[in-house]
Design a protein around this ligand. Sequence first.
Ligand code: EPU
Length: 426
Amino acid sequence: MEKIVVSGGRPLSGSVKISGSKNASLPLMAASILSDAPLVLHNVPKLSDITLMAELLTHHGVQVSYDPATQVCALKANSITNITAQYDIVSKMRASIVVLGPLLARCGKATVSLPGGCAIGTRPVNMHIDGLRALGADVFIENGYIHAKAPKGGLVGTTIVLPFATVTGTENILMAAVLARGQTTIKNAAKEPEVCDLAACLVKMGAQIDGIGTDTLVISGCTRLAGASHSVIPDRIEAATYAVAGAITHGDITLKNVIFDDLLAFWDSLTRTGVVVEKTHTRSDSVVDVRVHVPGDIKGVDIMTEPYPGFPTDAQAQFMALMTICDDAAMITETVFENRFMHVSELCRMCANITVHKASALVRGVGQLVGATVMATDLRASVSLVLAGLAAKGDTTIQRVYHIDRGYERIEQKLQECGALIEREK
Ligand code: EPU
């Protein structure tokens, strides 16, 4: 199994080009099921999750081609030949659940394995199921699979109030509703930029969606969607991760291709630690380059994760890594997932001082982290250990690198280009 070895203690300097968003790309790829016309996605990152989604869609009969050099993913679903998403793929990648809504809308039925729990929580999909039931589908669970069947004549629009602004739940219901009869209103919809990117692409395909970017989506269903060409938004969590890499090493890093406004709560917290965050170059209306540098000590800042536009749960582990070396203390509260502190015990093996009580972790800053062999159980936890390793004295070996490869494209190269001593070993 591969591992990453980081020799810490070097301030990073240079620039990092931020890749396309993983969590936007996955539902966008699934949206190809909704139409028999080609969907061409640009800026799709080369990640193992993208390969898995391509494999899953191929099983359903979608023709998928991906060119890592151009990062173009072309998808065409002439006909859907298989409506079952098997356990062996869904269990490897929970995001596979986003084929449920499109398969049901296009084929009138779908069978998708229940993803099960994962390292960050039980992660049920009850809200996805309830939303599809509200659209008239008959949904039952048998042998670990969700079986969904649309009523005769297809799904029917309605008003759905989500108990929590679930991201993939909103995406699933949205993709089902675009081909439903009549109007669907999703209240308390997730407003994450990845949801908005999906909605924007669906609009290019001919869907009628009002309220994009708000918590109320109003969808007027149509009978057929066309093809489209769409460029995936930059990955805001990758940007946040490299911003912490610059900060934790007291370095000076420029992040290229960032939608600054997608990370406002994160920038605010980072700035309050004493890190300087400044826009240096405007690439388009929304895309900028951001310079992150550190004039003095890192101060402790409390954060609480929340749905967008709050502090993203996907950047919590990275921010915690930064707080381990702050000059006082910080309280980090996780409200989105019930079990997203798996990195704490590994950070403590690197001499961090962290106490967890229920949903909060009290991080007392230590002068210096010390390298160790560590192991992580999910994507963001793993990357937080890489970040800690960059700041630690000596070598840090991170095992189970496959977690990182799910969501970080060429991480060693990107960090090496900024002066990090980081290698992958077999
Ligand atoms: N929830 C339910 N029932 C549901 C759906 C969600 O109880 O039917 C709960 C979850 O258990 C969780 C909370 O609601 O406690 C929020 O979950 P959400 O559904 O919003 O998460 P998700 O859609 O499964 C996406 C991202 C995650 C990210 C979360 C929150 C994708 C593919 N995944 O997951 O990304 O953490 O939203 O922003 O978009 C990651 O990239 O590392 C990652 C985990």
